[in-house]
Design a protein around this ligand. Structure first.
Ligand code: UCC
Ligand code: FAD
Length: 585
């Protein structure tokens, strides 16, 4: 039967053309850079096992896990405060896919692998490479896993006390029924960065040696976790904090529910209504006498939780680079399917230039993340030298602060590479964009981590900066022998030296310069890693081009002549006026 327009079917009116969607390929097979990296750094027998596992896991990501991740986004958690007959339940309801991710994580040993150490110091790298394939398909289950890994490392660093052995066994289990996840409750309403001032939670000693916690935890992610590490102030006999400030903080372990499943004197006030990470339950909690156990010395809470922060900051960075890689992987596939102005968009040099710039960012971020993972692996097995420990300490805040910003940039540019479709919710692409945005906020904001870079430099009285320069020189050495890389080597050398000279010469301005200083160090260090890779035996032309392109851009922010003076007191005063112009204060 003919329609009025003369077409045989109604569907014909929406036209015959449908754009083919980008395909998610096995993220291991799709990632030549990852493969080359593993080939370069892993001993052959470890390499064989790791590659086989990553290839198999990559297939599972495509066949099963990615759809679960998507379901976590479309069926976000909700809070059921009361049961039908009025009893308070405070139940954080999650979707089936979220719970399935729990099982997948256990089966795949996404935490366990780092503690079983079947590949010795390389086990950490194996675990991180797996998380890198997993994170963008995890439906943000990567977040509870980060804190779970952090909790396991904390227990290990504390010497695996008998009181935490049960928790450790659960956190590192491969059995989905036994596997526990952990929360990390640090943030209160008065301050998430300045935890030393912001923490009001009181810990009342109990006669059996345990404590009862009273406080309001303002952000608690993965609220369905089985346990948590948290900070509180031990109370005196008058129920007042014994000591204010950082030195008054102690570290506590608690389990969220008792054997019968009842919450541990915790009420869930509300679930946060978030810009992104919607898959993940993040709640405000009231601790109203929660039973908890002190870990370590009274007053050493910040130092006690540092091992957890180191791990979660690295996981953050893995997620950052994984999100970048996923965006590019889908985008380049799309570019082979979408036509504009008479040809595929991959045949427009300008489009390829845009993607190449994202690729260079991603490769740089990847090498930095993996290097921190390598150092952490050495630390895990007690095989890190003093030099390695200094590098691990400074690279941890650097990798977190720098890759978070890169991920946000790549996610934004990446969306545009799909045109209007990049903006459409049901493509799943906006999730990558939204979830990138949190990476620079939680686990320490960019400024707070920049100050942490300074903290570690001050504490080591110059030895970190020496180690940093030595490390860069050692990496540049083989690259200097390659004609095509020589100029880039000088750029990195000068940028690193310029930043370090700045640090020595402008101690008074360093706090204001902290962000630029940290970015300068990160860029220079990434440059050295890319050059080292480009000079290796297995390097390809694309490795050389990547290193050249990275170093083409201005590496040095802080030591740059034009910036001198920008951190002086008069400048910062002028900046304040600039910002506050017209404000009633
Ligand atoms: O956001 C959170 C969870 C989000 C969900 C999980 C995401 C995981 C990734 C998932 C990927 C998808 S949990 C909340 C995170 N919050 C933060 O990161 C807090 C940010 N604030 C800071 O980092 C601050 O710098 C503090 C709280 C760590 C410290 O500030 P204070 O109070 O000024 O502390 P002090 O006095 O400077 O430091 C106390 C001691 C010192 O040692 P001593 O006493 O020996 O002099 C410091 O040198 O702690 C030492 N210290 C460190 N040591 C402080 N920070 C560090 C560090 N990073 N490494 C080693
Ligand atoms: P503030 O500390 O108030 O910072 C505001 C601004 O001031 C920032 O830009 C910061 O960089 C800047 N600033 C602060 N101090 C300085 C300084 N000295 N110099 C220069 N600039 C400075 N926390 C948990 O403990 N557990 C969780 O599970 C958890 N989950 C979270 C989930 C989500 C989705 C989000 C968004 C947050 C979560 N947080 C969690 C909280 C998070 O860690 C904090 O929000 C973060 O640490 C920042 O603290 P704040 O919000 O108090 O910001």
């Amino acid at each position: 039967k003919q329609t009025p327009g003369g077409f045989p079917f109604a569907t014909a009116r929406i036209g015959p053309f449908f754009q083919e969607q980008p395909t998610l390929h096995n993220p291991f097979k799709d990632d030549q850079y990852l493969q080359r990296y593993l080939q370069r750094v892993l001993p052959p027998e470890v390499h064989r096992d790791v590659v086989a596992d990553l290839d198999r896991f990559g297939r599972r990501v495509v066949a099963e896990i990615d759809a679960l991740g998507r379901e976590c986004e479309t069926q976000p958690p909700s809070l059921r405060r009361y049961a039908a007959w009025g009893r308070r339940t405070d139940d954080v309801a999650t979707c089936a896919a979220w719970r399935r991710q729990h099982a997948v994580a256990a089966e795949e040993g996404l935490v366990a692998a780092a503690y079983e150490r079947s590949h010795g110091a390389w086990s950490r790298l194996h675990q991180l490479a797996k998380l890198y394939l997993y994170a963008p398909s995890s439906g943000l289950y990567s977040c509870p896993l980060a804190m779970t890994d952090g909790a396991a490392k904390l227990v290990e660093t504390a010497g695996r006390p008998a009181s935490l052995e049960r928790a450790f066994e659960r956190l590192t289990s491969r059995d989905p029924a036994r596997f526990w996840t952990s929360g990390q409750w640090m943030t209160e309403r008065q301050g998430g960065s300045d935890v030393g001032t912001g923490t009001e939670t009181l810990a009342k000693p109990h006669r059996d040696g345990s404590f009862r916690l009273y406080g309001y935890k303002w952000f608690t992610s993965a609220t369905d976790a089985n346990m948590a590490f948290t900070l509180a102030r031990v109370a005196d006999a008058d129920d007042r904090p014994k000591q204010k400030g950082s030195k008054g903080l102690s570290l506590f372990y608690l389990e969220t529910r008792d054997e019968s499943g009842k919450l541990n004197n915790i009420t869930v006030e509300r679930l946060k209504d978030k810009l992104g990470t919607r898959q993940l339950p993040t709640a405000e909690l009231i601790l109203d006498g929660a039973v908890a156990h002190k870990v370590g010395e009274e007053g050493s809470g910040v130092l006690g939780i540092v091992p957890m922060l180191t791990i979660t900051r690295l996981h953050n960075s893995v997620s950052a680079v994984a999100g970048m890689r996923r965006m590019i992987s889908l985008s380049r596939d799309y570019s082979t399917k979408r036509t504009a102005f008479g040809k595929l968009i991959c045949d427009h040099p300008l489009h390829m230039q845009t993607l190449a710039r994202l690729e260079v960012e991603t490769r740089g971020a990847f090498l930095l993340v993996m290097e921190v993972g390598r150092l952490l692996g050495l630390d895990d097995v007690g095989g890190a030298s003093d030099h390695d420990m200094l590098m691990l300490r400074i690279l941890t805040p650097l990798v977190k602060l720098y890759t978070a910003k890169q991920a946000m940039k790549v996610a934004s540019e990446g969306l545009e590479s799909f045109g209007g479709q990049g903006f459409m919710e049901d493509t799943g692409l906006p999730t990558l964009f939204r979830d990138a945005q949190v990476l620079s906020i939680w686990e320490g904001t960019t400024n707070v981590l920049s100050l942490d870079v300074l903290r570690c430099l001050m504490k080591s009285r110059g030895s970190t900066l020496h180690a940093f320069m030595d490390d860069i020189h050692a990496r540049l050495e083989p690259a200097r022998e390659v004609e095509a890389l020589r100029e880039a080597c000088s750029t990195v050398d000068m940028a690193a030296q310029g930043s370090i000279d700045f640090a020595h010469g402008h101690m008074d301005e360093l706090t204001t310069a902290a962000r630029d200083f940290s970015f300068s160090l990160a860029r220079a260090y990434i440059g050295a890693l890319l050059l080292e890779a480009a000079a290796s035996k297995s390097a390809t032309n694309s490795d050389v081009l990547t290193a050249q392109r990275w170093c083409d851009k201005r590496l040095d922010l802080v030591g740059n002549g034009n910036r001198r003076g920008a951190y002086r007191v008069d400048s910062t005063k002028a900046e304040r006026e600039l910002v506050m112009e017209g404000h009633p204060t």
